[in-house]
Write a protein that binds this ligand. Structure first.
Ligand code: SF4
Length: 434
C-alpha cells in the first residue's frame, strides 16, 4: 500500500487488494437501502390512457384535437371547484391568487391524471396552485437563473460560450407551479414578454461562436406548424448554426399536438433534438408514449428533464420507474434538476441530500442510459453544475480509490503523463505469423 492514500479508508483494510480487483473489506457498507419492492415498481411503470373523465360525451375527433384541448383547459377557480370538489383550503386560496403570480391552466388530458381523492397526488401538486406560492423565502428570486442579466436582446439568453436560449413565447399548454420562468410565462405578473425574432435571429447570425440554439419559452410547440417552420427555416439558414433543440412539455400536457404533420415538418431540420419535461411515471400515458414514438420515428433524438419535487418524485422507486418508463418511450433521461430557487416554491423543493440519495439508487441499479445527470442551476446565473454522490474516495499522483454502486472499493492506477505505472516486460515474444 503506497502512502498518500488518505481519507475515509482504514489502511489496514487495504491488505486484501487484488490489483484492479475488488477489495473485500468490511468498510463496504455505503449502500444501506434495500432495492425497492419490485411490485411497486411494476405498478408505477404500467402504461394507462388518461381516460375521458368529465369529458366522456366529447366526440373522439374533438378530444384528439389539440386545439379543442387548449380551448377546454381549466383556467378558473369556478371550473376547478366544479370539476374537483375536493379542493383543499390551501388550493382554493392559491387558485384565487394565481392570476397575480402564475396563471392556472390544465389541459383536460392532464387533468384526468389527477387523483381527486388524494391531497398529495403527485400530478395535482404540479399544476394546482397552493397558497404557499405566496410565501417567499429570503433566498428565493423571481429570476433564479439570472436569465435577464444574460440577455443581449430581449428573449435571447447567452450564458454559455457556444449556445443560446431562444425564448419564443410566454404561453404554455399548462402551467407548472414551480416554473423557473414564472416571472414571464402566462404574463400574470405583467412582465409583458415580447420576443423580437428579427433581433434574436440577427444576434445569432452575427455571433459565429453560437453553434447551438435551444428554442424554449413558454412552449414552442404551441406555435402552428407553419409558424414554427418559418422560424426553423430562418435559423437553418444561418451557416454556423449546427444544432437546434426544442424544449417542450407539450408531449406530456398535450400529446394530441404531436401530429404526423408536425413530425414530418420537424424532420426537415435535422440535427434537431427535443427535450421533453416529465416528472412522474403517471404522466407517461399510452397517448404520451404514442406521441413520443411519433417524434422518435421522425428521427428526433429525445431527452427528458425531470425536476426533483417534494411529494411528487422525491422517492427512489418513483424515480427509477420514471427513468425506466422514459426508456420504454424511447426517451433518454437527460437532466434531473434540483428545483430552482424560484419565489414561492419552498413547499415543492426537495433537499439536495434527497436528490443525492436518489442518484445513489439509480447509478448501477438500473441501465446507464436511464441515469440522468443531477444538476443545480447555480443561483444568480452560474449555469448548470453537476452534483453527484462521491464515488472517488481518494486520489493522488499514483492511484485513485473508487467505490462502486454496491459500496465495494477498488484501486485504479493513475496514468499520469502517459508514463506506464509498471515497468514493461523485459521481452515480448514475437507472435507466430502464418
Ligand atoms: S411547461 Fe415549462 S415553461 Fe411552461 S410552465 Fe411548465 S416549466 Fe414553465
Amino acid at each position: 500500500m503506497k502512502s498518500g492514500f488518505t481519507g475515509q479508508l482504514d489502511s489496514t483494510k487495504f491488505k486484501s487488494i487484488v490489483r484492479y480487483g475488488i477489495m473485500d473489506t468490511q468498510a463496504q457498507s455505503a449502500q444501506s437501502d434495500e432495492p425497492p419492492p419490485q411490485a411497486r415498481l411494476n405498478v408505477l411503470k404500467q402504461f394507462s390512457p388518461s381516460g375521458r373523465g368529465f369529458w366522456s360525451d366529447v366526440a373522439d375527433a374533438d378530444w384528439n384535437n389539440w386545439r379543442w384541448q387548449l380551448k377546454h383547459r381549466i383556467t378558473t377557480l369556478e371550473q376547478l371547484v366544479r370539476l374537483m370538489p375536493t379542493l383543499t383550503p390551501e388550493e382554493y386560496a392559491g387558485t384565487k391568487l394565481a392570476n397575480h403570480k402564475l396563471a392556472l391552466a390544465i389541459t383536460p388530458h392532464f387533468f384526468n391524471l389527477i387523483d381527486p381523492a388524494d391531497e398529495n397526488c403527485p400530478i395535482r401538486r404540479q399544476v394546482i396552485p397552493r397558497v404557499e406560492e405566496t410565501h417567499t423565502a429570503a433566498w428565493e428570486m423571481s429570476d433564479p437563473c439570472g436569465e435577464d442579466s444574460h440577455s443581449p436582446v430581449p428573449g435571447l439568453v447567452h450564458r454559455y460560450p457556444d449556445r443560446v436560449l431562444f425564448l419564443v413565447t410566454d404561453r404554455c399548454a399548462a402551467y407548472c407551479r414551480y416554473c423557473t420562468r414564472s416571472r414571464l410565462v402566462s404574463n400574470a405578473t405583467g412582465y409583458d414578454f415580447h420576443p423580437e425574432f428579427d433581433k434574436q435571429i440577427a444576434y445569432i447570425a452575427q455571433h459565429p461562436e453560437v453553434r447551438d440554439v435551444l428554442l424554449s419559452g413558454g412552449d414552442p410547440l404551441l406555435f402552428s406548424d407553419e409558424k414554427l417552420e418559418v422560424l426553423l427555416t430562418r435559423l437553418r439558414a444561418i451557416p454556423h448554426l449546427e444544432f437546434i433543440r426544442i424544449g417542450t412539455r407539450i408531449p406530456i400536457f398535450l400529446p394530441q399536438r404531436i401530429t404526423p404533420e408536425l413530425c414530418a415538418m420537424l424532420k426537415q431540420f435535422h440535427p434537431l433534438f427535443i427535450s421533453i419535461h416529465s416528472n412522474h411515471p403517471r404522466e407517461l400515458t399510452t397517448e404520451v408514449r404514442e406521441a413520443l414514438g411519433c417524434l422518435a420515428d421522425a428521427g428526433i433524438p429525445l431527452g427528458n428533464q425531470t425536476v426533483l419535487l417534494k411529494h411528487v418524485n422525491d422517492d427512489a422507486t418513483v424515480m427509477r420507474a420514471q427513468m425506466q418508463k422514459l426508456l420504454l418511450c424511447r426517451v433518454k433521461p437527460y437532466y434531473l434538476y434540483q428545483c430552482d430557487l424560484i419565489a414561492g416554491s419552498a413547499h415543492l423543493r426537495a433537499s439536495v441530500r434527497q436528490g443525492l440519495a436518489i442518484m445513489e439508487q439509480l447509478r448501477g441499479h438500473t441501465t446507464g442510459y436511464g441515469v440522468p445527470t443531477y444538476v443545480i442551476d447555480a443561483p444568480g446565473g452560474g449555469g448548470k453544475v453537476p452534483v453527484s454522490p462521491e464515488y472517488v474516495l481518494s486520489r493522488n499522483a499514483d492511484r485513485v480509490v473508487i467505490r462502486n454502486y454496491e459500496g465495494k472499493i477498488f484501486e485504479y492506477p493513475e496514468a499520469a503523463d502517459g508514463t506506464p505505472t509498471f515497468p514493461a516486460p523485459v521481452e515480448i515474444a514475437a507472435p507466430d505469423l502464418v
